[in-house]
Design a protein around this ligand. Sequence first.
Ligand SMILES: Cc1cc2nc3c(=O)[nH]c(=O)nc-3n(C[C@H](O)[C@H](O)[C@H](O)COP(=O)(O)OP(=O)(O)OC[C@H]3O[C@@H](n4cnc5c(N)ncnc54)[C@H](O)[C@@H]3O)c2cc1C
Length: 454
Amino acid sequence: MAFFGKVRNTINLLKNIDLDQLTKINQQIDLSEAMKTLGNLDENQLKGLMKMLKTKRRKGQHDLPPIDGDFYNLDLKLTEEQRELQLKVRNLMEDEVRPLINDHWNRAKFPFEVIEMFKKLNIAGIPYEGYGCPNLPFLMEGVIAQEIARVDVSISTFFGVHSGLAMGSIYLCGSEEQKQEWLPKMQKLEAIGAFGLTEPNVGSGVAGGLETTCRFDGEHWVINGQKKWIGNATFADVIVIWARDEDSNQVKGFLVRKGNPGFKAEKMEDKMALRIVQNALITLTDCKIPDSDRLKKAESFRDTAKVLKMTRAGVAWQAVGCARGAYESALKYTKKREQFGRPIASYQLIQNHLVEMLSNLTAMQTLCFRLSELQDQDLLKDEHASMAKVFTSMRMRDVVSRAREVMGGNGILLEYDVARFVADAEAIYSYEGTKEINSLIVGRAITGYSAFVN
Ligand SMILES: Cc1cc2nc3c(=O)[nH]c(=O)nc-3n(C[C@H](O)[C@H](O)[C@H](O)COP(=O)(O)OP(=O)(O)OC[C@H]3O[C@@H](n4cnc5c(N)ncnc54)[C@H](O)[C@@H]3O)c2cc1C
């Protein structure tokens, strides 16, 4: 019976799977061996097996469609190589990263082994040209951000800070020497980056004036001030620090190396979202930086804003991933969970929630897809990226709250993943420009009036 049980489970599994899952199962069960065993069964054994398969299916039970948050098949728009990379990331996230997440989230620890795992993927600095970077379309950067966030938003934030904000600052604002020094090792994840713009007293208003200052003392740049919320900063090898020049009043960027005696990073404790991300309060006290570590093409906040425009599109894709992870977990749960003698997925009110979730998710995905196309055609404007951030972060909040709702009490348990997506959505909602600030950017573009308060 143990054998028949195994065969039945295998066949049941095979009925509901797509090609990716089949590949995964093949890694766990030796399918050719299972087929060989089936072929060796005598007539009586086969009859017994068939009878068991027929009778064991419960009344009213039928084949259920697969769980898939890509309802409009956007994956069909990818090339074969792009799809292959997407699946490689998905498999690694599912098989190797997912098992680490809830425990680390609970303990607010970063799983450093993920850095080693990611080295196999060759995904850092995806859209950049040269310096060992893959130079793939921005679309792939978005698709990958979605894949990572679909399993865990903290890991996608760690990666976005490193590959987008830190590498992006060096790529867009660094001199050739700075790029040559940092980008190849950051691409290989041999050096990790952080990005320090926000301050304890200056968040949304960073364009209006930073309190952190820099001045050139004839030999070094000297930086003084504090930065708050800086992801990866407790362990990063290089931290991009933005500071206001006391002489010109313009914003400049600096590469602060790990171990600089004027730099201190304290881990921020007791967060209720993105608990895996190591956010730091940074204090810079007469922090001396050689002129060779000043970002040579960062002349004013306009240059900082170029980096933010590029990475904001990636954050919109992260919101898609967060919503997709929550939707897929919730759909799976509703198919398994029975109340009043039937799976709750069979009830109209639950289906209404699922359809609202999927509609939102599909709208977010298709919008981000077009956003990435604009980026790939070099047509991306600040207001495009800002609108995507506004729309996806609002819709994401709606999706995760419905996902939590259809799971009843289990919706607030870490074990079922959705609680983590609900909490982490709150961080996406606020970082890289809050909803209000991104709305003001779009509002200014479409009306011609700036509603930022001076
Ligand atoms: C988990 C996390 C990770 C982060 N990582 C980083 C990082 O790696 N590097 C980094 O530099 N920063 C990081 N940040 C900072 C993030 O970008 C800021 O939190 C964000 O810009 C908002 O700033 P604030 O929190 O100071 O809020 P505030 O600016 O104080 O805003 C408070 C409220 O006032 C509203 N508001 C402000 N101005 C206006 C206005 N003119 N009109 C209407 N409403 C307004 C805001 O929308 C918000 O609702 C991170 C933040 C979080 C939460």
